[in-house]
Design a protein around this ligand. Structure first.
Ligand SMILES: CC(C)=CCC/C(C)=C/CC/C(C)=C/CC/C(C)=C/COP(=O)(O)OP(=O)(O)O
Ligand SMILES: O=P(O)(O)OC[C@@H](O)CO
Ligand SMILES: [Mg+2]
Length: 238
């Protein structure tokens, strides 16, 4: 596989073309639903399907991605909560480091554990700095990673964390309010982070409406991720 996903995101970001990713959690979408779910995602003109969850059992993601591939050509990007979710059947992998946290397991251990699965794979590996922002809930990521989120008001720390991620060589920064967040990442935070980095910005967590989507784009998100709102209503129009 050539490096086409990251390039696509970088080029779109430069042109100001906004991208949409729908997040599917293999724990929450049944295999029998994949054909209809794929159609709906195509109707939404999503650019990517992210696949991942915090608690997905080993082996499930592999079967899930294989089934998705039967129904859609939209690029599938792994967004794993754990190295055991890596499957060669996807197109790309967000090689996440939880840089808002101070838990070595999610800063380097998980990444090392993934290497045996990645060494001979064709997956496009995309170094991604993952930053948790307080979205008003005790999200699955917070629970599993045993880390704390950065306050929505702490612009300075968020911006400095994003810049440090960029200096460390991350190719994408992902601002995450947590799946099912009460409050999505606020406008000011998105604007300030975007102003201070020259790599594309992904924003997700708690985005449920067209207005929230447009707002995230307007403030500088290059890719917006929607999971819960689509899970709750696959006929969602955004
Ligand atoms: C690099 C590799 C192979 C793995 C990275 C492992 C790391 C560092 C993960 C970051 C921390 C983490 C647990 C991220 C999970 C991201 C994710 C899939 C969130 C989606 O939300 P859900 O966990 O499904 O939440 P709900 O189930 O509550 O909706
Ligand atoms: O489920 P939602 O709240 O849309 O969040 C999407 C994604 O950013 C979660 O990791
Ligand atoms: Mg979820």
């Amino acid at each position: 596989m050539t490096d086409c996903i990251l390039e696509h995101i970088q080029k779109s970001s430069k042109k100001g073309k906004k991208l949409l990713a729908i997040l599917l959690d293999p724990d929450k979408t049944k295999l029998q639903e994949i054909s209809i779910v794929s159609k709906r995602i195509e109707n939404l003109k999503a650019n990517f399907i992210f696949v991942g969850g915090s608690f997905v059992e080993k082996g499930i993601t592999d079967v899930f991605v294989q089934k998705l591939k039967e129904f859609t050509n939209i690029p599938i990007i792994l967004f794993p909560g754990d190295y055991s979710q890596v499957t060669n059947k996807a197109d790309g992998l967000l090689f996440l480091s939880l840089i808002s946290g101070r838990n070595p397991e999610y800063l380097i251990e998980q990444q090392i554990k993934a290497v045996p699965f990645l060494k001979n794979s064709n997956l496009e590996i995309i170094p991604t700095g993952y930053i948790l922002i307080d979205g008003g809930i005790n999200s699955s990521v917070l629970k599993i990673s045993k880390t704390t989120a950065i306050s929505q008001n702490n612009i300075e720390l968020t911006v400095e964390t994003a810049i440090a991620g960029m200096y460390k060589g991350k190719q994408l920064i992902y601002l995450e309010a947590g799946s099912g967040a009460k409050f999505p990442v606020n406008s000011k935070l998105i604007t300030e982070v975007k102003k201070n980095i020259n790599i594309p910005l992904i924003v997700g967590g708690g985005i449920r409406t067209k207005e929230q989507l447009k707002n995230a784009y307007k403030n500088g998100a290059d890719v917006v991720v929607i999971g819960t709102a689509f899970e709750n209503n696959i006929n969602l129009s955004i």
